[in-house]
Each structure stands twice: as structure tokens, then as C-alpha cells.
Design a protein around this ligand. Structure first.
Ligand SMILES: Cc1cc2nc3c(=O)[nH]c(=O)nc-3n(C[C@H](O)[C@H](O)[C@H](O)COP(=O)(O)OP(=O)(O)OC[C@H]3O[C@@H](n4cnc5c(N)ncnc54)[C@H](O)[C@@H]3O)c2cc1C
Length: 383
């Protein structure tokens, strides 16, 4: 089967509609004081969600019939033009990936109770896997335990870097059921036994309510809280991660393209040594390298989407795309900072924020080295 790069006219139109929404309704909020050192506040999120709802663009990926991965690539890139765009449209992490996972694995009762309120934009969700001294790049180091007690489970452990934990209602928790394996559990955020220790101070500021350290202290959950089957957490996590790491690439591609557009405009008008800086080869080459990298990233993303849309698992492809795209977009943002001169490191433009957020992207949903490790392992083990 050939890859067809022709994007249907309706999809081009939808992408343009999303971009127009983000430019007119969302970008003006970028300097809102409710974009804090710990990301946008819930209050700001609610306001943005109302705007996307009114524009008919809320949770667009969950519309009846869903969206293909390629459709998401076009729409999420447009949403990512502002880092607040995906927040408004409810297609930001971790909710977007959690909605995907729950729509695949939750039973009808769980879907009604935990998934629908997220789709409606009324509630947020968390995915709690990473631990300070256990699960990280290697989730098999999981230390949080779930011990059976009659028909209940008692969960104990400590997690960190848990995005959006404050005020989140739907919790997906990974814990090791002793002798039966890693398992995902679903519960509400107000369940006794969930303790939020603190919000971490991190260099990124694009995720709602930041990232937390949390503790589970004798969190008691019924059998019905198991998401899918006991012992299947890693399989479900992979189901979530392959498309989720691609959607990150899509959104960040939009943000990096925005940084490039700002750098290009600046290079046209800022003068030095008698001409616009863009006319100096050193600056022109940076802009050209950016343009090449952005298009490379876009095509890599579309290629992985094409694989998934054909029914493939896309695990290997999404690893290749995530490692390449996160590294290249970071370099794009870095060159944009350079082109802007001293202004580049200030908050006079959104470029500095895009740069620091892209630094974080090289770590989450699999650090670059871990994807390369997986790619190399597959190559070396292939018969
Ligand atoms: C902004 C942000 C948001 C996040 N949100 C969440 C969340 O909501 N929920 C959640 O559960 N987690 C979340 N995380 C955690 C994230 O998934 C982990 O940071 C990531 O899996 C890496 O794990 P770690 O931090 O423990 O690093 P480690 O696993 O300790 O890795 C440290 C270093 O060792 C390298 N390394 C590890 N293994 C190998 C290998 N085989 N080959 C070569 N190098 C290797 C890594 O590349 C890295 O450079 C978030 C992280 C960030 C930065």
C-alpha cells in the first residue's frame, strides 16, 4: 500500500478552523496570570474549555466515530499553535491519552462513571505510574503494591511527576498485585488514602496544575476498580503510550512551528550591520534548518499515523518518531531563541516557554535513549 500525502479538503478545512480558533480565542490568554509556574490553573482551564465548547471543538478526538490518527495529526498540530490550545480543546496530556485508554479498556459502567465526565470537559484525570525509587523508564521496577484483602485491594506506594494530580477526579493507578503482576486501578481523586504531598517545581509550565508527588496510604479499592484485567497493566500502558507519544509530537510540532513563525518575522525586521538579520547567512541557515526539520517531523508523524490507521500497533514506529521529533523540535526552538537574540530568553514572546517545554518533552513518554535502546534491541534480536 502506498502512503498518500494528499490531505482531504474537509480535513484541511478543519485544521484551518482549529488554527483560527486558537489564534483568535486562545492566544490572548497566553499572558494571563493564571498561567502559573505550575501550569494553567483549573479556573483558566474551565474558561478555555467553555470557549472550545461554544466553538464545537471540545474533545474533538472523541466525537462519534472517533478520528483517524492522520486526522488527529492535522488537528492537534493546529491546536498546538498555542500551548493552551490543547488545554482548551481537551486534547492535552494526560487527559487525551487517558480518554483513549479508557475508551479501549473500561467496561460500560466504568466508562459512564470515569470516562464520560472527562470527555465532557467537566473533570480531569491522572495516570499514576512513575515512582521516585521504582518505575520510570523501566516500569518493571514498580514498587507500589496492591494486596488482596478478601474481595478488596489495599494499595500502598509513592509516585511522582504525576501531572495534574491536584483536583483531578479520575485516577488511573499502576500497582503490583503481589504474585499476579502490574495492574491498573480506577478510582476517584477524593478516595481516602490518596495523599498529595506537594506540587513539584519544574521547568515546564504547560500542563494544568503541574506535576505532583503523591502517596497511597492504605487506599482500599473494590474488585470493580480493576481496569481491564489483573496483571495486564504493561500491555494497557503500551496501548496508551504508542498513540499518546504521537499526539505529543503533533501538538509540539504546532508549537515549534509557531516559534519558527515568530523567528522568521523577527529576522525580516530586525536590522544589523546594514540589513535585516535574516539576510545574514548565519541566521538564514538557522531558519532554513528549522523549516527542513519541521517538515521532516511532520512527515515522520504522518508515516506513523499511516501505520496505525492501517491497523498496526505502531510501537516501533512511534518510538522512532518520538525520539526523532522531540530532539529535532528542541533544536528548532533553540535556534528560534538564538534568532530572537536576548528577547529570546524573555517572556516577551512565547518562544522561551516553548523551548523549556520542549526540553521536558525529551524525557516524558519515554526518554530518547530508552526509545533508541528499544529500537536497537529490536534490530539486534531480529532473525
Ligand atoms: C513533564 C513530565 C510529565 C510527566 N507526567 C507523568 C505522569 O503524568 N504520570 C507518570 O506516571 N509519569 C509522568 N512523568 C514521568 C516520566 O514518564 C518519566 O520521567 C520517564 O518515564 C523517565 O523516567 P525517570 O524520570 O524515572 O527517569 P529514569 O528512568 O531514571 O532515567 C534517567 C536517565 O537514564 C536513561 N536511561 C534509562 N534507561 C536507559 C536505557 N535502557 N538506555 C539508555 N538510557 C537509559 C534515561 O534516558 C534518562 O536519561 C512525567 C515526566 C515529565 C518530565
Amino acid at each position: 500500500m502506498m502512503i498518500d500525502f494528499e490531505i482531504p479538503a474537509e480535513l484541511v478545512e478543519l485544521g484551518a478552523r482549529v488554527r483560527a480558533f486558537v489564534e483568535t480565542e486562545v492566544v490572548p490568554y497566553e499572558r494571563d496570570p493564571r498561567v502559573t509556574a505550575h501550569g494553567p490553573s483549573d479556573e483558566l482551564r474551565d474558561e478555555l474549555i467553555a470557549k472550545a465548547r461554544a466553538a464545537g471543538l471540545l474533545s474533538i478526538q472523541q466525537r462519534p466515530g472517533g478520528m483517524t490518527h492522520l486526522e488527529q495529526a492535522v488537528v492537534f498540530e493546529a491546536a498546538g499553535w498555542s500551548t493552551l490550545g490543547p488545554v482548551a480543546m481537551n486534547c492535552a496530556a494526560p487527559d487525551e491519552g487517558n480518554m483513549f485508554l479508557l475508551s479501549k479498556v473500561a467496561n460500560p459502567e466504568q466508562a459512564a462513571e470515569f470516562l464520560q465526565p472527562i470527555i465532557d470537559g467537566a473533570r480531569r484525570s491522572v495516570f499514576a505510574m512513575t515512582e521516585p525509587d521504582g518505575a520510570g523508564s523501566d516500569p518493571s521496577q514498580l514498587r507500589t503494591t496492591a494486596v488482596r484483602d478478601g474481595d478488596k485491594f489495599v494499595i500502598n506506594g509513592r509516585k511522582w511527576l504525576i501531572t495534574g494530580a491536584i483536583n483531578a477526579d479520575t485516577w488511573i493507578i499502576m500497582a503490583d498485585v503481589v504474585d499476579e503482576g502490574a495492574t491498573l486501578f480506577l478510582c476517584h481523586g477524593n478516595a481516602p488514602g490518596i495523599v498529595i504531598e506537594r506540587v513539584m517545581n519544574t521547568m515546564d509550565r504547560n500542563y494544568v496544575e503541574g506535576h505532583c508527588v503523591v502517596r497511597f496510604e492504605d487506599l482500599v479499592l473494590p474488585e470493580s476498580a480493576v481496569l481491564g484485567a489483573v496483571g495486564e497493566a504493561f500491555r494497557y500502558a503500551q496501548l496508551r503510550l504508542a498513540p499518546a507519544r504521537l499526539t505529543h509530537c503533533m501538538r509540539w510540532l504546532g508549537a515549534a512551528a509557531r516559534a519558527q513563525s515568530i523567528a522568521v518575522e523577527h529576522a525580516k525586521t530586525r536590522m544589523s550591520f546594514g540589513k535585516p538579520i535574516g539576510e545574514h547567512q548565519g541566521v538564514g541557515f538557522m531558519l532554513a534548518d528549522n523549516e527542513i526539520a519541521l517538515q521532516q517531523c511532520r512527515l515522520m508523524i504522518w508515516w506513523a499515523c499511516w501505520t496505525l490507521d492501517k491497523g498496526g500497533k505502531g510501537r516501533h514506529e512511534s518510538s522512532m518518531v518520538k525520539s526523532m521529533v522531540s530532539e529535532e523540535l528542541f533544536k528548532v526552538a533553540d535556534r528560534c531563541v538564538q534568532v530572537l537574540g536576548g528577547m529570546g530568553i524573555s517572556d516577551e514572546t512565547p518562544v522561551a516557554a516553548i523551548f523549556t517545554d520542549l526540553r521536558a518533552f525529551r524525557l516524558y513518554d519515554g526518554p530518547t535513549e530508552v526509545h533508541k535502546y528499544a529500537i536497537a534491541r529490536q534490530l539486534l534480536r531480529a532473525k
